[in-house]
Design a protein around this ligand. Sequence first.
Ligand SMILES: Nc1nc2c(ncn2[C@@H]2O[C@H](COP(=O)(O)OP(=O)(O)OP(=O)(O)O)[C@@H](O)[C@H]2O)c(=O)[nH]1
Ligand SMILES: [Zn+2]
Length: 396
Amino acid sequence: MTSPGNLASSSLAASRRDADSTGPDPQILALRGVHRAVSDLRRGTPVLIHGAEGALLVAAAETVGALGLATLSEAALTPPVLLLAPARAAAVLHRPVPQAQADKAEEVGAVAIRLPPALFDPVSLRRLADPVVEDLLPEAPERAPLPPLARAALALGKLGRLLPALIAAPVPEGIAQRLSLLTVSVADVLDYPASAASSLRHVASAQVPLEDAPDARIVAFRAADGGIEHLAILIGRVEEVAAAGGAPLVRAHSECFTGDLLGSLRCDCGPQLRGAIKRMAADGAGVLLYLAQEGRGIGLVNKLRAYTLQDQGLDTLDANRALGYGADERNFLVAATMLRELGVPKVRLLTNNPDKLAGLAACGIEIEGREAHQFEANGVNDHYLETKARRFGHLL
Ligand SMILES: Nc1nc2c(ncn2[C@@H]2O[C@H](COP(=O)(O)OP(=O)(O)OP(=O)(O)O)[C@@H](O)[C@H]2O)c(=O)[nH]1
Ligand SMILES: [Zn+2]
């Protein structure tokens, strides 16, 4: 269980992990490499992905500028193509992706679009990437053969919480060094979510009495990539309950800026957050994991885009898909690692979401029971709640 002494030695251990006598830890180097590549994509700078199949230079359609496109053209072995997730590709191509190809596309999770000169500029590319700017081209573009490493390219864009739309071109090995561009391996990109989650360690904690739970402590967790922190709010006698082999109430709550902080009526997050804290205080103990997984893992910017699509008639699940994301992009290993670090391997989970129960169990957390966590619809979120029950299988 967390104590100030443990915390101090744990953060010291974390700071030493990258500097022992045998040199930096390869896992940490891999995590940092991917994190830096993501930052470059977010800035509009191309990065190189390499694997056994070759080397692919990629840039995010959402952020790339004229300079990035010029770099791509100059280095490309074959003309750059636009990689899109299958759902977005179907919209851009003005037709469903044919079945045989769709299967392949789902498997790879990417479709390549040919980019004639008229579309090879930052404004056109953003238009092709973003379903909110629903201004389809009068003439649909053509498909192109899928380059190698396409799946890793879209995965890298998603890690950056960017629209999963990347301009990509196979390039000769060694070009990245000549152009001073970052290189990441396909394995490091695909391993990143699990590797980052399993590297989470507590870095700081403090007593923070809450209105609804005066005996509360916040513990902050940081991964070895240097990314954003996740928080655990410990309420009451958690330590005692866990030490006695009991299962405290636990809620894995994904952050929701709009609902938690502003009281948005579009979702049920605010009442669920405050309700969980009250319930844990009444129960005498509980752990609320406040996870940096805004918008079920797609990020706040994409959630705002998803809201616009919902205002145009899509539901919460189809809006995610239209953007090129999955219905739920969260990684349950984050919550499981935090619980293990806190010494809470057994829980009574406050949730209506069967995927959370299955996801945490798959990561080795013992689910002693589920506690329903439902709140009245408010007149604005009725359709959202109904969609969660109907399409996500939420338990009532
Ligand atoms: N992508 C997307 N995310 C949303 C939308 N509405 C709310 N969210 C996000 O959904 C997350 C809320 O998830 P949770 O509170 O964990 O709820 P849940 O998965 O429905 O499961 P339980 O509440 O545990 O039953 C927050 O990160 C919100 O930002 C939406 O329309 N689209
Ligand atoms: Zn919300």
